[in-house]
Design a protein around this ligand. Structure first.
Ligand SMILES: *Cc1c(COP(=O)(O)O)cnc(C)c1O
Length: 376
């Protein structure tokens, strides 16, 4: 089976992990500091990244930093992994799903603006497949709502919009380093912001809300051992062993990006001209690190094509079932039909294999099998 996504691990990654294991630190130490500086540099941020244990933890941390909680609302896209919305719901917020742009699958700024209320705390876009959201328009919507603009960049570390790196487009950005993403720490994530208030709250939340600096404590005279919980938090600390893998991976991020771009071009050349098959393309100004190769097919053919390709050894996927179709959201009263463009996208979508470790001959095999499934 040719997998739709997978990690690219080489000897330098193995050596980085082994040397972290042999060091004095296993959990949060100097490798995390280095990884946070590396992520921040790639993201073009003014402050170090806040490394956490997953992309989901990064979203939970970012929403909490933006003061999402009971009585607040989060406007987001349904065309994403459930965690983008579930973490806001877990904090007690109401999620308002707004529809997507028919060309990119990204949150439509007009739909987002229409979903804003007095209670909106965050507008959360997702860089679907690696294509950055329309950041200038979403940030204008967030400004006028006095809300925080969050970018779920689980697909898009390494992407740029009009020359600006993902990580510098929104008020706060979250990354995932799950194995299928653009670079991995096995499990891991990061929050990036250049806003010191958001940054302080994110740093505190991932470490129990602990305050160690005497000048910031309420009871500083307790003794030199004293640390206090100023606000509730969790243990979302990334271990050094995984951060060492992350920094090693990020050294090859541009290599991964160019390999993904070459695969994108090879698919485009090999799959163009098939009746009923719609191929992805980047909107003007976008320089994506392609995370997914998301094609669209006629809805009534999707299931047959998916099953044929799977049976033929091609590890296709579907990204994504609209989030509010999940029973957990259905039980809150969300109904099908809410975001028709996202639903139509879902009904027509198939993700072909896309990762830096795919060889040209594997890509050619995918092309041949897709052509065969279409009878073309
Ligand atoms: C993968 C993903 C997440 C969650 O990241 P994890 O590291 O798996 O917790 C969130 N949002 C999107 C869009 C994702 O693709």
């Amino acid at each position: 089976m040719i997998q739709y996504g997978r990690q690219s691990i080489d000897d330098s990654d193995v050596e980085a992990v082994v040397s972290a294991l042999r060091s004095d630190w296993l959990t949060t130490g100097p490798a995390v500091d280095r990884f946070e500086a590396d992520v921040s540099r790639i993201a073009g941020a003014m402050l170090p990244a806040v490394a956490v244990t997953s992309g989901t933890a990064a979203l939970h941390t970012a929403y909490r930093a933006a003061r999402v909680g009971p009585g607040t609302e989060v406007v987001t896209t349904p065309l994403t992994f459930a965690a983008t919305a579930a973490t806001a719901a877990l904090l007690g917020a109401t999620v308002r799903f707004a529809d997507v742009d028919e060309k990119t699958g990204n949150l439509d700024p007009d739909a987002a603006a229409a979903a804003v209320t007095r209670r909106t705390a965050v507008i959360a876009g997702v860089d679907y497949a690696g294509v950055p959201v329309d950041a200038s328009r979403l940030s204008a919507v967030a400004r006028s709502a006095d809300a925080v603009f969050l970018e779920d960049a689980a697909h898009s570390i390494g992407s740029f919009l009009n020359g600006v790196p993902v990580g510098s487009l929104a008020d706060i950005t979250t990354f995932s380093f799950f194995p299928t993403k653009n670079a991995t720490t096995a499990e891991g994530g990061a929050v990036v912001t250049s806003d010191s208030g958001l940054w302080d709250r994110a740093r505190a939340f991932r470490n129990h809300g602990l305050v160690r600096e005497a000048e910031r404590q309420r009871h500083p005279d307790e003794g030199p051992w004293h640390q206090e919980v100023a606000d509730f938090g969790l243990n979302y600390r990334m271990p050094d062993v995984l951060a060492a893998l992350g920094s090693s991976q990020l050294l090859r991020l541009t290599l991964f990006k160019s390999r993904r771009a070459a695969i994108f071009d090879r698919y485009r050349a090999g799959l163009s001209g098939i009746d009923g098959l719609s191929l992805p393309s980047a909107p003007s100004g976008a320089d994506p690190m392609w995370h997914l190769y998301a094609v669209r097919v006629p809805a009534e053919e999707r299931r047959r094509l998916f099953e044929t390709l799977r049976a033929d050894g091609i590890g296709v996927q579907v990204n994504y079932i609209p989030v509010y179709w999940h029973p957990a959201f259905e039980d809150l009263g969300y109904r099908r039909g809410l975001c028709p463009v996202a639903e139509e996208w879902y009904r027509r979508e198939i993700s072909l294999p896309m990762h830096a470790g795919l060889s040209d001959s594997e890509v050619d095999l995918v092309i041949e099998r897709v052509r065969k499934a279409f009878g073309s």
